[in-house]
Design a protein around this ligand. Structure first.
Ligand code: 13P
Length: 213
């Protein structure tokens, strides 16, 4: 796909996420790898109203070389590309249910999204929660690096999800799957819930764990 086509695809996916309520106002940011660097949504931009030519361009060393000023979450995105080399795109949202989950006091930080349905295992994998730092804090990158590339998806405590995928489509679909799973988990909180067994999870992972989603 050419850079021009990827810019247009980014505009389409971001608009779709915005129109379905996955992002409000100027919340959220998206990046994608291109041959000579990275594209990233501009800081303070609304995902619903991006313009292809204004999307930020960064070179391979993450210097800003074109378009509007990039998202302040550049450290966060960069850490995913550097610790998971097959990453082609990263999506960060403040979607309601993931963000609610990220605020819960009694969550297992090492495995914070229970595998209740197959698709969260297949598309998202095991999710870790990292401690709160303020938006745009360079330490967000250190927190992601501390996970050594083991997780494609992370919840930032009291903030929202970040999901890496092999390309933009995968990262967007995995973000949607994670949000729907978070919604189910919150709906099910008052009830005794049956999660998938370890054997069922292993069976699903066998087909997906070795490849980048
Ligand atoms: P930017 O507007 O800099 O992308 O930040 C939005 C955001 O989601 C912060 O977490």
């Amino acid at each position: 796909m050419s850079e021009r086509e990827l810019r247009e695809e980014m505009v389409r996916y971001c608009r779709s996420l915005f129109e379905r309520g996955f992002s409000v106002g100027t919340a959220g940011n998206v990046s994608a790898r291109v041959a000579d660097g990275f594209l990233m949504t501009p800081t303070n931009s609304c995902l619903g109203f991006l313009e292809p030519e204004r999307i930020s361009k960064l070179d391979k060393d993450w210097n800003h070389v074109g378009g509007d000023k990039p998202s302040k979450e550049v450290f966060l995105h960069r850490a995913f590309y550097e610790t998971r080399p097959a990453t082609g795109a990263v999506v960060h949202l403040h979607c309601t249910h993931c963000t609610a989950l990220s605020c819960l006091a009694d969550l297992d930080d090492a495995d914070c999204v229970e595998p209740i349905t197959p698709y969260v295992v297949m598309r998202v994998g095991k999710v870790a929660r990292v401690p709160y730092v303020k938006p745009g804090d360079p330490r967000s990158g250190d927190l992601i690096r501390g996970l050594d590339g083991r997780h494609a998806a992370v919840l930032l405590a009291n903030h929202g999800p970040v999901v890496a995928g092999k390309d933009l489509t995968s990262a967007v679909y995995a973000s949607e799957e994670l949000e729907e799973t978070a919604k189910l988990l919150l709906m099910l909180r008052p009830f005794k819930t049956q999660r998938l067994t370890d054997t069922q999870v292993e069976e699903l992972e066998a087909g997906y764990a070795r490849q980048m989603r």
